[in-house]
Design a protein around this ligand. Structure first.
Ligand code: SF4
Ligand code: SF4
Length: 482
């Protein structure tokens, strides 16, 4: 527990207790340790090397290969839990930032990322392409392609950091980071300064500028994504690297507990920009379309489209379906709802403002959809990592985990629990979104009628999700595929 100083109405400062993880005994010290992050990164680098190696040389059947098993089953389950319970732990320990840091060291300061690209449009496009390729190329079933994706990550982060400053790969490109940024807006921890007064009089602003010795040698890195901690209102773009906390000479930054959903109901926590808002809409609709991609109706839709367009090219058909579901539909429904809400309100404001103001209401429900989906895969396949690891070791003459993999190990909960659990997650997510809507409405002094289009939209999304999760889903990449 530490204190944050806040200004009261009469101008005096009074201490307010807050929970700061960086001041917890043991873990806090470890996180503040200069090499604390490197420890986690090296651990994940080791995992990444195994993934690439087994992906390129191991068994071709997805559940038996550590590449597909780790990336598409374990990683996605853990990342959702981490975002929900802690924050952006994957970016904190991301192994792809190791070549990135080397590139930064070798290249010096680097050029500025082009001004026209300093937004989320590229990230949005890359996320779309990534989700499309996942479905089209059945990445979850291909250890070989999975391994090459990991290699591509390392190469891209190195090249971009070599030529540009501002960690453009993390901030503007990486689809995993993009997903995690949006997901982490519901996380219970956030970077926060303890005393704004100290920041006001701080000369070096080392948290963002870093520090150097007299010879220009870098002593401490400042924020790679160029966030300025005294002004942070959101987890968007924060990789939780904690460089700022180590760089601040006044020990004025904490990793602080905040109420769940606080960021989403806080006015102006996010810039009111089209790119950021649309990214959240794509995140939401992609959650539904991704689940849809594992159910029988997608094949019926593809067959119908194939007949209309007179083509059997699976790539074209899928691209059209995904473009419709993940780009056109969210844009039309988002702007349409904002327009409706605008018309029903007595206060006219630009469509962009209405659209951005209410976009945060989507996040709890969207997160619930992804959690229910990735949680499904994790719950049906998490234990398959045991025989896959045994198999990997046996193939290399190591028998410490036995010599007979039990390929029946797979699900971690009884299969008949899955649907009820998914429905509970969806109901909680819907409740969270409804709560954020009412809080935004209260803050904006918006009438019930003004909020009605957003409420209808939430209901439509909820009905769609319940319908989808009631359909039979492919148990991709799990031991149950045997
Ligand atoms: S270096 Fe520390 S004291 Fe200075 S502006 Fe940053 S957070 Fe505030
Ligand atoms: S604000 Fe910047 S330096 Fe601090 S944890 Fe987030 S990304 Fe890292």
């Amino acid at each position: 527990m530490s204190c944050v100083l806040v200004t009261t109405n009469n101008g005096l400062y009074k201490p307010k207790p807050r929970i700061d993880v960086l001041h917890w005994r043991g873990i806090g010290r470890f996180l503040r340790w200069r090499h604390g992050r490197l420890f986690g990164q090296l651990l994940l680098l080791f995992v990444a090397i195994i993934v690439v190696y087994d992906g390129l040389t191991g068994p071709p059947f997805a559940p038996e290969n550590l590449a597909t098993n780790t990336v598409w089953l374990q990683y996605r389950g853990f990342v959702m839990l981490a975002l929900l319970l802690v924050g952006n732990l994957f970016c904190m320990n991301c192994p792809f930032t190791i070549p990135r840091s080397l590139a930064r060291k070798w290249s010096g300061t680097g050029r500025r990322w082009p001004r026209t690209l300093r937004n989320k449009w590229v990230a949005l496009a890359v996320l779309f392409v990534y989700l499309f390729l996942y479905e089209w190329l059945d990445l979850w079933a291909s250890p070989w392609l999975t391994a090459w994706i990991v290699v591509a990550y390392f190469v891209s982060s190195f090249i971009l950091e070599f030529f540009f400053a501002e960690s453009p790969f993390c901030k503007y490109i990486c689809p995993l980071g993009t997903f995690n940024y949006v997901g982490s807006t519901i996380s219970p921890l956030q970077i926060q300064v303890t005393n704004q007064e100290v920041c006001r009089t701080c000369v070096g602003k080392e948290c963002v500028n870093g520090s150097q010795d007299a010879n220009g040698k870098i002593l401490m890195l400042g924020c790679g994504t160029e966030l300025f901690p005294p002004q942070i209102t959101s987890n968007l773009n924060c990789t939780l690297c904690l460089d700022c906390t180590r760089a601040c000479p006044h020990d004025n930054i904490g990793l602080v507990k905040r109420p769940w959903l606080n960021e989403l109901k806080t006015a102006r926590a996010w810039p009111r920009r089209w790119d950021i808002s649309l990214l959240v809409w794509v995140f939401t609709f992609a959650g539904l379309s991704n689940a849809f991609g594992m159910t029988p109706p997608i094949y019926q839709l593809a067959a119908w489209l194939s007949g209309r367009l007179q083509t059997t090219n699976e790539g074209i058909l899928l691209l059209l379906i995904f473009a419709m579901l993940n780009l056109i539909l969210p844009f039309v429904m988002g702007v349409g709802t904002a327009w409706g809400s605008n018309r029903l309100s007595r206060v006219w404001e630009p469509l962009r403002i209405t659209f951005s103001k209410y976009t945060p209401i989507l996040v709890p429900f969207a997160f619930a959809v992804w959690l229910a989906h990735y949680g499904f895969h994790f719950a049906t396949g998490a234990f398959s990592i045991i025989p896959a690891t045994q198999n990997f070791l046996i193939d290399h003459g190591i028998y410490i985990l036995g010599s007979n993999p039990n390929w029946l190990l797979s699900n971690i909960v009884p299969l008949n629990w899955l649907l009820p659990l998914q429905l509970i997650i969806l109901i909680v997510g819907f409740g969270g979104s409804y709560y954020v809507l009412t809080e935004i409405g209260r803050h904006e002094k918006a009438s019930f009628v003004t909020q009605l289009p957003w409420l209808l939209l939430l209901f439509m999304l909820a009905i769609t999700a319940v319908y989808l999760f009631n359909l039979p889903m492919e148990m991709r990449g799990t031991g149950l595929m045997h």
